[in-house]
Design a protein around this ligand. Structure first.
Ligand code: DC
Length: 226
């Protein structure tokens, strides 16, 4: 492979492992595009909620899965997401969407639709792309040049997440995270999982800067190898 060939990096793992911050920083440092696939699942969930679709009814979700038009920006310095032309970057982080996204993202028709979108975005990245999610290395981009699986203890993940949510209750945050991970890991279609050929990085005792440096080094080694 020539060194000018785009480099595809898949970063998977549960929430609170530093996936988004790491992926954005690595992409920015290396001049690569960036895709937050969780934001796409949140965007389709936001559309279902806004349009009165019963998110507890998989057949209703499946029937509507093709309707919203979801556009993702891929600049790591200013990630953007719109649904039918509306900027939903703020609303998709709200509690109502967060509590329903596991149910919506478990529906196979939703996954097929969003996976196609992700593959076409990755295929059009000129220098390469860092794609973060839950099933990128296993399902979306199984031929990625580098696969990273980030982990951290539930305590560390809850502490980081409640910090981001400006002092949310630690115990409640931990419970909600564990519940969402269990749902994401146990669903039938492309669950949260580590690919056999992924490099696992436990971030529990690492600073964000250390995780970023570790991943940048791994990408540079891959590029040097080819
Ligand atoms: O990374 P996040 O917390 O924004 O992701 C929101 C939800 O989207 C997560 O609970 C599971 C789902 N998701 C998924 O099923 N597959 C992905 N590749 C990314 C996210």
């Amino acid at each position: 492979m020539e060194s000018s060939t785009p480099v595809i990096v898949a970063i998977d793992g549960p929430s609170g492992t530093g996936k988004s911050s790491t992926s954005k920083a690595v992409a920015a440092q290396l001049g690569l595009s960036y895709l937050d696939t969780g934001a796409q699942y949140r965007a389709i969930t936001w559309w279902m909620v806004t349009n009165g679709i019963d998110t507890a009814d998989p057949s209703a979700i499946a029937a509507a899965a093709g309707k919203p038009e979801i556009l993702s920006g891929t600049d790591p310095e200013k990630p953007a997401i719109t649904v039918d032309g509306f900027d939903v970057a703020g609303p998709i982080r709200e509690q109502d969407v967060t509590s329903k996204v596991s149910a919506v993202s478990a529906v196979p028709e939703v996954r097929t639709r969003i996976t196609e979108l992700q593959r076409s975005i990755a295929a059009s990245a000129v220098t390469g792309i860092v794609v973060e999610g839950r099933d990128i290395g296993t399902t979306v981009l199984p031929d990625a040049d580098l696969k990273i699986f980030l982990t951290a203890s539930p305590e560390a993940r809850a502490a980081r997440r409640s910090g981001e949510l400006k002092g949310a209750d630690l115990h409640a945050t931990r419970e909600a995270l564990v519940k969402r991970d269990a749902a994401d890991s146990s669903r039938k279609t492309s669950p949260l999982a580590k690919a056999d050929d992924a490099v696992e990085v436990d971030t529990t005792d690492l600073t964000l800067q250390q995780v970023i440096e570790c991943v940048v080094t791994l990408v540079e080694e891959k590029r040097a190898d080819r």
